[in-house]
Write a protein that binds this ligand. Structure first.
Ligand code: TYD
Length: 221
């Protein structure tokens, strides 16, 4: 398997259900890593390139409900192909540290566990079209979706963003997404940090920063 360790940079991905607090954790990680002198690239999916942002709009707005789940998978993957080839891989080669809000783990959880698309298909697309690039470290923010969705809907209400299509799906879907993430964490325990994200935001951020620092030191040793 090709992974970020073969490049000079480090590839750190933050995953979790809707409203799990990824944004705050990424801010805290970028503050700490920036202070330590890392050359940082902070990015996200779906998005990460101009063309990816157009796909993000298509996928996440209320109108996005028109996509069949197979089309949804291919559009998420299309955005990731562009992101990896044009942004992530060149940054890793240049020795930068990448902090990415969601990656293929989200596809396995949402389109795989949530929608029921075969994991084999998702992994095959990733292997053949996305250079089989996997994170050096995945930070999984784990929280009961009932808690996460309440946070996420409150934020969407405040910002007026039309990005709530996944939040609108039923709780059974979000329970499957959570289980899908935890399943991945069990299978890739060596590269995944599971953080209890039900706690107060400051505690979650401090825990995530401490655990990522320890893991980066271990990788450098
Ligand atoms: P995001 O902007 O991270 O939303 P939130 O802050 O609410 O977590 O992600 C947008 C949505 O896109 C989120 O509901 C998960 C979904 N998604 C997928 O279904 N598959 C994917 O591969 C990715 C990257 C995101």
């Amino acid at each position: 398997m090709v992974d970020g360790a073969q490049d000079r940079g480090r590839f750190i991905v933050v995953e979790g259900g809707d409203g799990s607090g990824k944004g705050g954790v990424i801010e805290a990680l970028s503050a700490r890593l920036g202070a330590l002198g890392h050359d940082l690239l902070v990015t996200r999916e779906p998005g990460g390139t101009d063309e990816g942002l157009k796909l993000r709009e298509l996928l996440l707005s209320a109108d996005g409900a028109v996509w069949d789940q197979g089309a949804e998978l291919l559009l998420m993957t299309a955005a990731r192909i562009q992101h990896v080839k044009r942004v992530i891989r060149p940054a890793l080669r240049a020795g930068r540290t990448i902090l990415c809000d969601r990656f293929v783990g989200s596809t396995l959880a949402y389109q795989g566990a949530g929608r029921g698309i075969s994991e084999q298909l998702i992994r095959g697309l990733h292997r053949d079209l996305v250079e089989d690039l996997w994170p050096d470290i995945t930070v999984l923010l784990d929280v009961d979706p009932r808690v996460g969705l309440a946070r996420s809907r409150a934020r969407l209400g405040e910002t007026g963003l039309d990005e709530g299509r996944f939040e609108d799906l039923d709780i059974g879907f979000h329970d499957r997404v959570r289980a899908g993430f935890l399943d991945q964490a069990r299978h890739d325990a060596a590269r995944t940090l599971v953080i209890d994200a039900a706690r107060a935001p400051d505690a979650v951020r401090a825990d995530a920063v401490a655990q990522v620092m320890a893991r980066l030191e271990a990788l450098a040793a």
